[in-house]
Design a protein around this ligand. Structure first.
Ligand SMILES: [Zn+2]
Length: 249
């Protein structure tokens, strides 16, 4: 699904593009190759590869960026890495559990006990070629991405800021969504303290294009959605959150 001439969505549960367990999977056409943002669950990787092939044709060069550990974002990493030959980039907080295939730490084991994910879904270990730290500016396939760690949804969640085609763009994963919804969920490392401390890092960035991991994306005025959440938090409230499960899922 083409969003802009350089930007595509190639997997998503909500837009019906791939497995029902997949987050949004974005593919960005850079000067050097394709930057794939998140991998989905690995349950719909054939559909993701087919869409990549139909949108881009040449898949000889690419990188896979993983925003955080959760299974709907990370479990497809090993398969896509193997089938596409693209290397994996992720933060130093996410890399160890991708390398080890830690199904407890990524939340897969608990979610399978709750029957949210099927038993055949796995976090297969995969090599991480590029380990990113908070504040780094990383060059991936021609995009210069500033890494911003924002805790609250998970301890390892990172947003990535970049400029492209005259727009300020933010890959915001499950940190914040359209309408000022935040990614607070009922897991051990999701909490408001993380949001209170780290979400202000996303204030005043002048974001046009906002690319969340679920729900609506927008190509203009993305900052207002971040600011809506920041305003609630600054006033001592908890913004609307995906933890109720019925807002965006
Ligand atoms: Zn998540």
């Amino acid at each position: 699904m083409r969003i802009d001439e350089w930007l595509y969505m190639v997997g998503s549960r909500q837009f019906g593009l791939s497995s029902r367990y997949d987050c949004h999977i974005y593919a960005l056409r850079g000067e050097r190759g394709i930057l794939l943002v998140d991998t989905g669950s690995g349950m719909g990787h054939d559909a993701v590869i087919a869409k990549l092939r139909s949108e881009f044709g040449d898949l000889s060069r690419g990188t896979i960026l993983i925003t955080h550990k959760h299974p709907d974002h990370s479990c497809g990493a090993a398969r896509l890495h193997r089938e596409l030959g693209w290397s994996i980039a992720t933060s130093s907080h996410t890399a160890p559990l991708l390398i080890s295939g830690d199904e407890d730490d990524c939340g897969l084991a608990e979610a399978q006990r709750m029957k949210s994910y099927p038993p055949e879904m796995r976090l297969n270990p995969v090599d991480v070629a590029r380990v990113i730290e908070d504040g780094d500016v990383v060059e991936l396939e021609g995009f210069a991405l500033r890494a911003i760690r924002v805790r609250g949804h998970s301890a390892d969640s990172f947003a990535y800021l970049f400029e492209h085609a005259g727009k300020r763009c933010l890959i915001c994963a499950d940190i914040v969504f359209y309408g000022g919804v935040i990614g607070l969920i009922n897991t051990a490392d999701s909490n408001m303290n993380g949001y209170k401390e780290d979400l202000p890092k996303l204030a005043g960035l002048g974001i046009d294009l906002l690319l969340p991991g679920h729900g609506l994306f927008t190509v203009s005025n993305g900052q207002i959605h971040i600011d809506a959440a920041l305003k609630q938090i600054a006033n001592g409230f908890i913004p609307r959150a995906i933890g109720q499960g019925d807002l965006i899922f």
